[in-house]
Ligand binder design. Structure first.
Ligand code: UDP
Length: 321
């Protein structure tokens, strides 16, 4: 398949390009490089374009004879989405409509969309399966839910085939060290802990130690970025084979607390990790863990990285280079 990877210069998008190339497909990256990196585009051409630009999107799809689209491009800072929702709704929803409309205009009919466990808000119970109610508690999660809903209606009206993959916490990096996680500003836990271990920045702050969890800190389901990438490819292949459009939860089905993540980095790196205990970060549910069984059966897919230290090791190797 020739796949337009929108946002393919970013963290998860670039790993998807790697996985697509390894599976024999042809990734064509569409990215404005606002948050992505040109060095991360290594497995196919880069079209430098913006999601706001329908004309460039349409010609990217028709000129390159695109068979399918994977859409990663979005703003993804939860805190910023609360203070500047306008930016999030305009890009994550408004510009995604440009992409979907460009697909309709050019005849492209298969899309995998990056959704998020943030669409669930504070879950009634964990692990979270697809039957749980979606009630986002921040604009970022709301934008992802809105696009899921748009996909349903577009699917019914226009024969658009889609899958919305709801990621839990993406983690790790290409084990060969060609690409990895690099955000500016960096807000994600594992890179911050690694930087603290490397002495590149001060102690990592634990956001809240009074949660109703065994050690008082937040629990998240960290899934290796290449396992996520793989699920996208399986999703596209299934759609092409006639699978029905649907949303699936992607995690490994096990949670680790912030303290456990710090301990893992200390083990893997052999260094001490300086940390400080601080107040809760607004908008953080205590525990988010996926029930990935539907994804596993629907996609014939399984996370290969099931050892948490191994996931952390791939991130450590990338960051410490
Ligand atoms: N976290 C933390 N200190 C930090 C950054 C994150 O304690 O400096 C916690 C955060 O509260 C959450 C977990 O680490 O429970 C993962 O946060 P991250 O921002 O990496 O991903 P998110 O869950 O927000 O997508």
């Amino acid at each position: 398949m020739r796949v337009l990877v929108v946002g393919g210069a970013g963290y998860i998008g670039s790993h998807a390009c790697l996985a697509l190339a390894e599976a024999g497909h042809e990734p064509i990256v569409y990215d404005n490089l606002e948050e992505g990196h040109d060095w991360a585009v290594q497995w196919g051409p880069l079209i430098k374009g913006d999601l706001a630009d329908g004309e460039t999107l349409r010609s990217a799809i028709s000129d390159r004879q695109i068979d399918a689209v994977i859409h990663f491009a979005a703003y993804a800072y939860v805190g910023e989405s609360v203070t500047n929702p306008r930016k999030y709704f305009a890009n994550n929803v408004g510009n995604t409509l440009n992409l979907l409309n460009a697909m309709l205009d050019t005849g492209a009919r298969d899309i995998i969309f990056s959704s998020s466990c943030a669409t669930f808000g504070v879950p009634d119970r964990v692990p979270i399966d697809e039957s749980q109610p979606q009630a986002p508690i921040n604009p970022y999660g709301e934008t992802k839910l809105m696009v899921e809903k748009i996909l349903r209606w577009y699917g019914e009206a226009y024969d658009l085939n889609w899958m919305a993959l709801r990621y839990f916490n993406a983690a790790g990096a290409d084990p060969e060290g060609r690409i990895g996680e690099s955000h500016d500003p960096e807000t994600h836990l594992i890179p911050l802990i690694i930087d603290a271990a490397l002495g590149k920045r001060g102690p990592v702050k634990i956001f809240g130690t009074d949660y109703p969890t065994p050690d008082g800190t937040n629990i998240r389901d960290y899934i290796h970025v290449l396992d996520l990438a793989d699920a996208h490819i399986k999703g596209l292949e299934k759609l092409k084979a006639g699978a029905s459009s649907q949303a699936l939860n992607l995690g490994i089905g096990r949670g680790y607390s912030v303290r456990e993540v710090i301990e893992s980095v200390a083990r893997v790196s052999g260094r001490e990790v300086p940390f400080e205990e601080g107040p809760r970060r607004p908008g953080d549910p205590p525990e988010l863990v996926a029930d990935p069984s539907r994804a596993i059966s629907t996609l014939d897919w399984e996370p290969r990285y099931t050892d948490f230290d191994e996931i952390v090791r791939t991130a450590w190797n990338w960051h410490s280079r």
